[in-house]
Design a binder for this molecule. Structure first.
Ligand SMILES: *Cc1c(COP(=O)(O)O)cnc(C)c1O
Length: 392
């Protein structure tokens, strides 16, 4: 979309006209395609958690503005979750902030922590709101590209070190990583942490897929490394973990000074959101380990169905260690332009996917990669696989 087509959009946002998801979802509808573009589950989360939301609504809990930092029950549950999973202690009163999804947490953190001109390092390809939020905050994004290496996309630590300048204020990290499915290893995270401490950087870490890790990979929060707690804003969300992406309940954990800063920005974005759902998510976070295990096993089975289908159809598959996305390389199919490929795919195969190039500043580095979401019912994935196989 060119600026002449959006005459009122300011210069900071000119490059963010419409997201690819709107275009591709419209294509899915007009062609009757299976939509593996946008990452939302096609089945809802646990019935008992839905009932908890209904109860909160009926009992008049959260129907009016909840407290600015979030309802105490949810802040306590977030704190208990971080303690139980990672042995990280956060005071529910001063170190936890409930947000309108991870999306608001990211926006508020960047708006609060950046001065105009500050540089932010983020791993490319990146989640689409990062670039827009850095721009809204007046920051400058500095991408460090994850590159394919032996079947997964890896971070080059030397490149990361070289990207830090005197103007770097913040590292924006995402692990498990959307769209590549990469889970940063303990060793990689330790190096990132060392660098952040050495160069005195703030870190915002998006861990919304913390419960979706496979194949023995382990999610380790950056905040758990030496010297990191005091400089790290950790972002979590209920959307992906409990399959309620429409509820928009997310959270931030950080020391009081950082939470306070993020809250200052957050209070003028939504102020508060999702009142009754906050109570329900508090119950969800306290579900037994069996819920999280079953959820992970279910998603792993779905991953394997789609990964096998894509491989059989001729794609090179980067088997994700986390998230619910599979990144593929289309070059074995004789294609090289992910944009053109994804625009033609609905007509050709009746399936919608997303070109990873939209998640890059260096578009050419992402050109041959295409992302498919597997958070869909198994028969939907099987049908998609069948269609893709038939198209080549
Ligand atoms: C989905 C997603 C988000 C947004 O989470 P919400 O809680 O729905 O706002 C943030 N970061 C990443 C990496 C995501 O995939």
């Amino acid at each position: 979309m060119t600026s002449s087509e959006r005459p009122f959009l300011n210069r900071r946002l000119a490059e963010f006209g419409t997201t690819i998801f709107a275009e591709m979802s419209a294509l899915a509808v007009s062609t009757g395609s299976i939509n593996l573009g946008q990452g939302f589950p096609d089945t809802d989360g646990p019935q008992e958690i839905r009932e908890a939301a209904v109860r909160a609504l009926r009992d008049g809990r959260g129907n009016q503005y909840p407290p600015g930092p979030g309802v105490p029950e949810l802040r306590a549950a977030v704190s208990a979750h971080q303690e139980r999973r990672y042995a990280l202690s956060y005071d529910p009163d001063t170190e936890v902030l409930v947000t309108a999804g991870a999306t608001e947490a990211i926006a508020a953190a960047l708006l609060a922590l950046l001065e105009p001109g500050d540089e932010v390092i983020a791993f490319e390809p990146y989640y689409d709101s990062y670039a827009a939020c850095i721009a809204m905050a007046g920051g400058t994004r500095v991408p460090v590209t994850l590159r394919p290496h032996e079947g997964s996309f890896r971070l080059d630590l030397d490149e990361l070190r070289d990207a830090v300048t005197d103007r770097t204020r913040l590292l924006l990290v995402n692990t498990p990583h959307n769209p590549t499915g990469t889970v940063l290893t303990r060793e990689e995270l330790a190096e990132i942490a060392k660098l952040a401490v050495e160069r005195d950087l703030l870190v915002v870490t998006d861990e919304v897929y913390e419960h979706l890790v496979f194949d023995g990979a382990e999610h380790v929060p950056l905040a758990s490394f030496p010297g990191m707690r005091e400089r790290t804003v950790t972002i979590g969300s209920s959307g992906k973990t409990f399959s309620f992406t429409g509820w928009k309940v997310g959270w931030v954990t950080a020391p009081p000074a950082l939470v306070g800063a993020v809250r200052s920005a957050k209070q003028f974005l939504t102020y508060v959101a999702s009142g009754p759902f906050q109570y329900a998510v508090a119950e969800a976070l306290a579900l037994p380990d069996s819920y999280f295990e079953a959820f992970r096993a279910d998603m792993l089975a779905k991953r394997d169905v789609l990964a096998a289908g894509l491989a059989e159809a001729g794609f090179e598959v980067f088997r994700p260690q986390g998230t619910y996305f599979i990144t593929t390389d289309i070059r074995p199919l004789g294609e090289s332009d992910g944009f053109a490929f994804c625009r033609a795919l609905p007509e050709r195969a009746g399936v919608v996917a997303i070109p990873n190039a939209v998640f890059y500043d260096h578009r050419e580095a992402g050109a041959p990669f295409v992302r498919f979401a597997f958070c869909k019912q198994t028969q939907v994935l099987e049908e998609a696989a069948k269609r893709l196989k038939a198209a080549w």
